[in-house]
Ligand binder design. Structure first.
Ligand code: SF4
Length: 297
């Protein structure tokens, strides 16, 4: 882990990006130091909906004692099918101080969690970084995991280099029109999602686990298969294989169901079929992506 003076310098640089906010690629330009809000509806203090151990992540993340999830409220995307929409879109959660956020990490470590898992952290990157600095001073040692939607700023991610051990981003789409229609993503989403994943790969590389199979370091890319080929799974996997590596771990998820506003979009108002998931599995094979996890279907 980096020494404390380097982390303090990084925190300073990260907070500077809040003034005309470009904490994420939307670059809203609002002054979040003065609590102005942009697309993510977030001000200066972090907002947390819950923190606890969690057993539903990929096996090396949840392990046998659970992953220490901290669910951050709000999001810089707005997926019409989001399963966590009360947290990500309706603002369910409470403002906490940086000191309180640091104490949550230490409490999760004390509970025996294998890691600290920041869920939807992107729009609060500076605040999380500052809290990590405090928690490290007070004895935080377990791996830190960045569980993001994959629409992060590369400039901001560089400030996490050497601090975050495990990255768990989404690769959701390949077609900007689909990204816009179903996740309210701007036109730069596709390019910047790839840039995000490349930067994460540069920092941490392939997944490394300990003797118990618990993740210590590395990148896992999540891809949610959507009905009607809307997520372009074949192309997403092809690009991961070609632009990142065939050694990258991929978590291919079949768990889609029409949550939130999905019922207003007839084409996604159903679960995926066995055939759609089987097609996705075949694509994994075809691209030589053999590291990672599939879900039973
Ligand atoms: S973090 Fe929020 S306010 Fe800042 S650029 Fe992203 S969406 Fe806009």
């Amino acid at each position: 882990m980096l020494n404390n003076s380097i982390i303090k310098q990084r925190v300073k640089e990260a907070y500077a990006l809040l003034e005309k906010c470009r904490v994420c690629p939307r670059e809203c330009g609002v002054n979040r130091l003065k609590n102005e809000q942009g697309f993510c509806r977030s001000g200066l203090l972090p907002v947390v909906s819950s923190y606890n151990f969690h057993h539903g992540e990929e096996p090396p993340i949840s392990g046998y004692r659970g992953s220490g999830t901290i669910f951050l409220t709000n999001c810089n995307l707005r997926c019409v099918f989001c399963q966590n929409y009360p947290i990500s879109q309706l603002g369910v959660g409470n403002e906490v101080t940086i000191e309180e956020l640091a104490r949550m990490m230490l409490k999760l470590q004390k509970m025996g969690c294998h890691n600290i898992n920041f869920v939807t952290p992107t729009h609060f990157t500076p605040q999380i970084l500052k809290a990590i600095g405090l928690a490290l001073e007070d004895g935080l040692t377990i791996p830190l995991l960045w569980n993001s939607n994959g629409y992060d700023s590369v400039e901001m991610l560089r400030l996490l280099d050497g601090i975050i051990n495990i990255y768990l981003p989404d690769a959701k789409y390949i077609d900007p029109q689909m990204a816009q229609r179903y996740s309210n993503a701007p036109p730069n989403y596709i390019d910047l999602n790839l840039a995000t994943i490349k930067e994460m790969w540069r920092q941490v590389g392939s997944l490394v686990v300990d003797n118990d199979g618990i993740a210590q370091k590395g990148l896992i890319v999540r891809h949610l298969v959507l009905p009607e080929g809307i997520a372009d799974t074949k192309q997403v996997l092809k690009i991961l294989a070609q632009e990142i590596s065939t050694n990258v771990s991929v978590s291919l998820m079949s768990q889609y169901f029409p949550a939130n506003k999905a019922s207003s979009y007839p084409e996604i108002n159903r679960k995926i079929s066995h055939e759609e998931y089987n097609d996705a599995l075949n694509c994994l094979d075809k691209e030589g992506l053999h590291e990672g996890w599939i879900q039973p279907y």
